[in-house]
Design a protein around this ligand. Sequence first.
Ligand SMILES: [Mg+2]
Length: 215
Amino acid sequence: MPLIALDLDGTLVDQASAARAWAHGFVRGWGLPTHEVDVVTTALTERHPKDEVFARLVDRLRLPTSADEVWRRYRTEMPSLVTVNDDDRRALAELRAAGWTLGIVTNGMADNQEGKIRRTGLDTLVDGWVISDVVGARKPSPVIFHALAERLGCPLDGWMIGDSLEFDVAGGAGVGLQTAWIDSDGSDATSFQPDLVVQSVAAAAVTILDSSAMA
Ligand SMILES: [Mg+2]
C-alpha cells in the first residue's frame, strides 16, 4: 500500500518541550544560572548534528566533563521526556486502518530515537522506522528514504510529513513523495514548496484521508 513517511522530532513528538525539560534538569544539576535554560534549549532545538552542539556547550560552560558524556546522558533521558498527543495517535490509527503503510524516517542516534519511538508507543502505531545513525545517511539524502521503503517493503509512493523544509519537504520531494509541512513556527516556506501546510500530523491525516477517499 502507499507509504506515509513521517519525521519524528517536532513532528510526531514534542521535541522542543522535551528539550526544555531536559535543559531545566541539566542547568539545575550543574548549578548553572537559570538563564542558561533558554540558551541550552535553543542550542538543542537547532538542526545541527548533536555532537557539535554538545561539544560547544561543554566548551562554553567549561564543564568538568566530556561532551560525549553529556550527549550520552541526553540520549538516555530524552526518551522519557517526549510525548505524542492523542489526536496524532488517533490519526496514525486511522491512516493505517485506511490501508496506508506508516514509517518513521529520522535523523539522529539509534539509542535516543528508538528509545523515543518505543517509550511513546509509536512502535505499535507504525510499520517500521529508519534512523540515520543506523543507515549511514541523513535526510535529505535519498538514501535514507530508499532504506525506509526497503524496510517496509513498499514503493516510495505517497507522502512525507515533517517539520523541516530542508530535510523533510525537500528530502521527500526529492524521492517523488508528496509533502506535508508541519508549520510549527510560522517560518517562511518559500525555499521549498510543500504540497500541504498543516499544524499537526492529525491535520495532515484529515487531508490525506479526504483526498484518497476521493481518488
Ligand atoms: Mg523534525
